[in-house]
Design a protein around this ligand. Structure first.
Ligand code: GLY
Ligand code: MN
Ligand code: MN
Length: 461
């Protein structure tokens, strides 16, 4: 018998629960948007990782002996006429490889029985509204039966601690999906760039939403279910708002456009940012800042490899950006001192105030510890030069092949005294998705170029 990837993951998890352990994993809740219309449903990532099952109102219960019970929506012809096909408990064992399946309406009846005799209950802490209360109710029900021989678990543990570690290193199936997601997103960025230049050439009124529509069309036509996060399409000064969304602002000839957008494909995210001249030609000051951000990204890419620390790419890009800020006069050396001072005192923060990356996977800001698990005891502290706060440091995560992270330095120049006017209101970020390999990284999002001249060339065509 061959086991599906989801069965293999469940078996791997079961081995970590302890012989008498039990794990409870609900999928995501449905959320009303207005009156009786829900937000488009998106399953829970942990649940999907272990089941591949995307219906709402479903739960997995996995025990230390490797057995899985699924609770899912019962077959119901009338509801299926309105809402669509349901797998139902009868077909679930054969389709999903679970050992038993019940209707979700059986949850309250079955859970005390499944919990009886277990020692540790594992469930994801702090991720599902109301979950703690439900589990508490089942345990209370079981406690009421101790005089009749029930044995109540004495310990609760956070299931995320186990699943986050598993999810952090992607397997070949996951990487294949992520490569495809990144490829679709790269094509969408190219389409948006080309539309911007074309509409401006034709003298049309281009708006941020025109480019957003282009992204969505390209995502969906390749089978992506939804954007992995709210797309940012920021014209001109809007690029200096880090969490700006695609809105109605006009895209003007001579300005830059920053697009941060990626599709989700079969449960996996991509996350790409490109910044390009609306009309297809960088001005001198735009190009100077663009080349600086690109050089900082190249330094970060060079620092991304198995054995390096998660913080190494960030530190590499900060070095380049800070030096560039001094060279271009964004920072005045007479006021801020040397490169070392700029970094120590975080003077670069005026123009670069976010980190250079994050884990990427099923969630755009994916799970996984940013600290090295074996080195948590190595605590040091320092006083932050900007805020005066005491910052506690622990050694950052050591990168391993199969981890996926974004590399996304940027520069955001808000008008301020002493800041050369030619750079005012320019916001630039360049973001790629990197799979860590033993001696470097694979950039899976480079289907859309980053070189200034290459971008200009594709916008001419
Ligand atoms: N698009 C979200 C991020 O870049 O982190
Ligand atoms: Mn990102
Ligand atoms: Mn992004």
């Amino acid at each position: 018998m061959t086991y599906s990837i989801h069965q293999q993951r469940r078996a791997q998890l079961a081995r970590q629960l302890g012989a008498q352990g039990i794990a409870i994993v609900p999928t995501a809740l449905e959320h009303p948007r207005n009156r009786d219309s829900d937000y488009l449903y998106r399953h829970d990532s942990y649940f999907y990782y272990l089941s591949g099952f995307t219906e709402p109102q479903a739960w997995l219960v996995i025990t230390g002996d490797g057995k899985t019970t699924l609770f899912c929506q019962p077959k119901d012809l009338e509801r299926e006429i309105w809402d669509g096909y349901r797998l139902g408990p009868a077909d679930a064992p054969q389709r999903l490889g679970v050992d038993a399946a019940f209707s979700v309406t059986e949850l309250d009846a079955q859970l005390p029985r499944l919990l009886d005799g277990r020692d540790v209950v594992w469930y994801p802490f702090g991720t599902h509204k109301g979950l703690e209360t439900r589990i508490d109710g089942w345990l209370t029900g079981l406690r009421a039966r101790v005089r009749f021989g029930a044995l109540v678990p004495g310990q609760q543990s956070d299931l995320c601690s186990l699943l986050d570690e598993m999810r952090l290193v992607k397997d070949a199936t996951e990487l294949a999906t992520m490569r495809r997601a990144a490829q679709i997103s790269a094509g969408a960025h190219i389409r948006a760039m080309q539309l911007s230049a074309r509409m401006l050439r034709e003298g049309k009124d281009v708006r941020e939403y025109h480019l957003d529509a282009e992204l969505l069309h390209e995502f969906r036509r390749h089978g992506s279910q939804y954007p992995a996060y709210g797309s940012i399409v920021a014209a001109g000064a809007n690029a200096c708002v880090l969490h700006y969304r695609a809105d109605t602002a006009p895209i003007r000839d001579g300005e830059l456009v920053l697009i941060d957008a990626g599709c989700e494909l079969d449960g996996y995210a991509s996350d790409i940012t490109r910044t390009f001249p609306a009309n297809g030609r960088f001005t001198g000051p735009q190009r100077a800042l663009y080349e600086l951000v690109l050089a900082s990204q190249e330094a970060a890419v060079a620092a991304t490899r198995g054995g390096a620390r998660f913080t190494d790419p960030h530190e590499a890009s900060v070095q380049v950006l800070a030096q560039g800020m001094l060279d271009l006069g964004l920072l005045d050396a007479n006021k801020v001192g040397t490169l070392e001072d700029v970094i120590d005192k975080r003077a670069y923060f005026q123009f670069y105030m976010h980190r250079t990356g994050h884990w990427l996977g099923m969630d755009v800001h994916d799970c996984g510890a940013y600290l090295e698990p074996g080195e948590l005891g190595q605590v040091s502290s320092r006083k932050d030069a900007l805020t005066g706060e005491t910052i506690v440091n622990r050694p950052a995560r050591i990168l391993r092949p199969g981890m996926v992270l974004t590399i996304e330095p940027g520069i955001y120049v808000r008008p301020a005294e002493g800041v050369p006017e030619q750079f005012h209101n320019i916001g630039i970020r360049i973001e790629d998705d990197a799979v860590v390999t033993a001696d470097g990284c694979e950039l899976i999002s480079r289907g859309v170029p980053v070189g200034a001249s290459e971008i200009e060339a594709l916008m001419r065509d």
